[in-house]
Design a protein around this ligand. Structure first.
Ligand code: ARG
Length: 287
């Protein structure tokens, strides 16, 4: 995670951002701290990336890159305003690898050369890497991720998914991985929730085929950033305002953990956007 020390909405690169609307940085910091403490109470270890002055979107750590099987690839952003985040995340990955945080053979493989907004668009669900495109990460970015993170060798297939609604410009705003299917045993299928309308008809079909038991979110669930959630397979950390989706999750046996995060939603991101998952091991191996 990266604290919102230099957070602000000073440009608009997604429909949620309105530079005319004031932002309260202290409130953003307090909400971010609340999320961090909720993770720690849930037994998770949080590593913190130093924020960089002049990079107001750096708080959305999910976009910093992707780490699978200990290999870390730093992002390359579509918009110039975020370009300087890549070297900052890359330096953090390199230091983490040296410190052993990325596992025994962990390594930073550098920055992407194609547009690739990390876990904003790339979500691991069991042995599938669900890969969003349409607004940010490109198909060339997907190919680069597959090659540089050696997805084939790790037994992972990349599944491209086309996003069509500008409000849901990153995959993690339209789809949540609730159970990656590899958490406790690798026998059950991964469970996801998504907003069908955020996807092209062909991608909707792909999702229906891969995840026949998926939870279909409502437009209100998505608009409340309910899908921008982080799940450990039991606790689902999500925006406190997504009450209907929390109720749905409870009905499926999950324990929703509501997080006040509206100040950070002014930049177009919520819980998942503020969180990058480190995966020292390939899927199916102990984490
Ligand atoms: N303002 C940021 C942008 O438009 C928000 C990023 C949200 N991150 C996410 N993982 N969806 O790039």
């Amino acid at each position: 995670m990266c604290p919102p020390t230099y957070f602000g909405v000073v440009y608009a690169i997604n429909p949620w951002m309105d530079p005319g609307r004031p932002v309260d940085v202290d409130r953003a910091l307090a909400q971010w701290q609340g999320l961090r403490e909720a993770y720690e109470r849930g037994g998770h270890t949080v590593h913190v990336v130093d924020p960089v002055p002049g990079l107001p979107d750096m708080v959305y750590a999910a976009n910093g890159g992707l780490v699978i099987g200990g290999r870390a690839l730093a992002a390359r952003f579509r918009y110039e305003q975020r370009w300087a985040e890549s070297p900052a995340y890359e330096r953090w990955f390199a230091a983490a690898a040296r410190a052993g945080v990325l596992g025994p053979g962990g390594e930073s493989v550098g920055q992407a050369t194609e547009i690739d907004e990390g876990e904003g668009d790339l979500l691991l669900a069991g042995r599938y890497l669900l890969a969003g495109t349409g607004f940010r990460t490109t198909p060339a970015g997907h190919a680069e991720v597959a090659a540089r993170l050696r997805l084939d060798a790790q037994g992972i297939s990349l599944v491209p998914l086309e996003l069509v609604d500008p409000r849901y410009y990153h995959l993690d705003t339209a789809l949540a991985v609730l159970d990656d299917g590899a958490l406790e045993d690798s026998c059950h299928a991964p469970l996801v929730a998504y907003l069908p309308d955020a996807f092209s008809p062909a991608s909707r079909e792909t999702l229906r085929t891969l995840f026949p038991d998926a939870i279909l979110a409502t437009p209100d669930d998505a608009a409340a950033f309910g899908l921008n959630a982080v799940s450990d397979g039991r606790h689902v950390y999500l925006n406190a305002a997504a009450t209907a989706f929390a109720h749905t999750l409870r009905g499926h046996g999950f324990a929703p953990v509501p997080i006040e995060i509206d100040e950070l939603i002014k930049g177009g991101g919520a819980v998942k956007c503020c969180t990058l998952t480190l995966r020292p091991h390939a899927p199916g191996r102990p984490t």
